[in-house]
Each structure stands twice: as C-alpha cells, then as structure tokens.
Design a protein around this ligand. Structure first.
Ligand SMILES: C[S@@+](CC[C@H](N)C(=O)[O-])C[C@H]1O[C@@H](n2cnc3c(N)ncnc32)[C@H](O)[C@@H]1O
Length: 248
C-alpha cells in the first residue's frame, strides 16, 4: 500500500489519518510504501472512521479558529460556529474572563492567544475534560479550576466577563449517531427544555450579585426560556447562537 493509493481516494479525513500515522509529508512522498505496522494501523483507524467515529477523536486533534487543539472522547469537539464568539470575547474591554464549561479549553485558550493581555481562567465539572484543557493550555499563563458552575470559583466577583457553552441538548435521540454515541453525554444533555443548567448558572450569578457580561451559547429555540434582558448574537450560519446578558 502506497501513499498515492490512499491519496487517490480524495477524502481529506482519510488523509488526516494517514498524516497521523506517518512521520513524513504525505504530499511530498507519494511513492512511500507503508510497512506492515503502518498499514495495519491505517486499516484499523480507517475502520473506526467508517463506523462513524468522529475523525477528530481518531486523529486526536480539532481545528478551532486559527488553532489546533488536542481532543479525546472526554471532551466535546469544538464547533466552528462557537469560534464566532471569539471576536466579542477578545475585545479590549475585558480584563478577566472565565471560560466556564471549557471542555477542551478551545475558547479560553484562543482568547488568550488572540489577546494575551486578558487574564483567562478555565473551569469545568469534568476532571477528565480539564486534563485535556491542561494539555492544550501548555505553557500559557491560564488558571484552571474544577467546579460545578461557580461553586468552587472563589474569585468569581473579579471576572468582568463569563463565557459558557453549557450542555443544551434536550432530546439526545435527535442527535446523529456520530455525536450521540461518541461525544460525552455530560457535554451534551441540558436537562428540561435544554436550559436547566444554563438557568441554574444565571440564578447563581444573580444570587451573588455578580457584575459583568455573561455570554451564553445555546440552541436558538431555547432563547425564549431566558427571561432576562439580552442581546442576541448570530453565528456565521445566521443562527441566533449566542446571547449576551449584562449583570449590573
Ligand atoms: C457543550 S460542552 C462545551 C465545551 C467547550 N466550551 C466548547 O465550546 O467546545 C459543555 C461542557 O460543560 C461541562 N459541564 C456540564 N455540566 C457542567 C456544570 N454543572 N458545571 C461546569 N461545567 C459543566 C461539560 O463537562 C462540557 O465540557
């Protein structure tokens, strides 16, 4: 089996698998013949891909904005539309941002890369997700806190902005199997109406009289459940994907 035989399939995901296995530049080594070990690994991973396992989990990486993040089955694969909020969050007006429910850390870490002056903290209820975020943080000056919503975030009042892409799926059966069967349930299921955890966060922030801008990602059909005054922000697909709530 040669590199060129695989490239001829003209499937960019299959090419990603090949790149993941081989140490060479596949586009400069068309004539390279895979040894037995490489061939078996390729066939094994291709089978996973044929069985609808998301390519990001197979090659352990996901692209987000201009960056690449390590991912595994313990974190949601960051979605392209989520990156549309980065322009708002990396604004000069914020000094201290909490990326709550950070998963892989993609949002918070991208903010720090875009605007290193912003202090960034990542939090999540899942320790396994925070392990992934820690790998992605690398040597960046970013704090990580293990917390159910804001329960363990002692300096919560010091944040002038919080972004939260909390789970917001209400009907797991409506999801394609590549999502339902492989992405972590804790990252997807949002309880009653999909907004149970989101409403709990709003309630907790009100209780402690937090002041700042809260940005939430949610299902456009769920915005009606958020009774507070809000600004709606569209994603690149023209969907009402985010809301901004001013707490003051
Ligand atoms: C939809 S994923 C978002 C991941 C990442 N922020 C992104 O946009 O790609 C939701 C995340 O919320 C976390 N989560 C679920 N319930 C939570 C809670 N009560 N408190 C904090 N994080 C929670 C999950 O572990 C998961 O990482």
């Amino acid at each position: 089996m040669k590199v060129i035989d695989i490239l001829r399939k003209n499937d960019s995901n299959i090419n990603e698998i090949l790149k993941y296995i081989l140490d060479i530049d596949i586009f400069k080594n068309f004539d390279y013949t895979l040894n037995n070990k490489e061939k078996n690994k390729f066939l094994y991973l291709k089978k996973k891909y044929d069985n609808s396992i998301p390519i990001e989990y197979i090659v352990k990486k996901a692209y987000f904005d201009k960056y690449t993040f390590f991912v595994n089955k313990n974190v949601l694969i960051p979605r392209i539309e989520t990156s549309d909020i980065l322009a708002y969050l990396s604004s000069e007006k914020y000094k201290n941002i909490l990326d709550l429910a950070t998963g892989s850390g993609a949002v918070g870490i991208s903010i720090k890369k875009i605007n290193p002056k912003i202090k960034v903290t990542l939090s999540d209820i899942s320790l396994k997700a925070l392990h992934v975020a820690d790998i992605n943080r690398n040597d960046l000056d970013i704090d990580i806190i293990h917390s159910d919503l804001i329960a363990n975030i002692e300096n919560i009042l010091s944040f002038d902005c919080i972004f939260a892409n909390l789970p917001y799926i209400k009907d797991m059966d409506s999801l394609p199997s590549s999502v339902k069967d492989y992405e972590p349930k804790i990252a997807l299921f949002g309880g009653i109406n999909g907004v149970e955890i989101i409403l709990r966060l709003i309630n907790e922030l009100e209780k402690i009289k937090w002041r700042g801008d809260l940005y939430l990602e949610l299902d456009p059909a769920e915005i009606k459940y958020i009774k507070k005054e809000k600004e709606i922000i569209k994603d690149r697909f023209n969907k009402n994907r985010f809301i901004k709530i001013k707490f003051n």
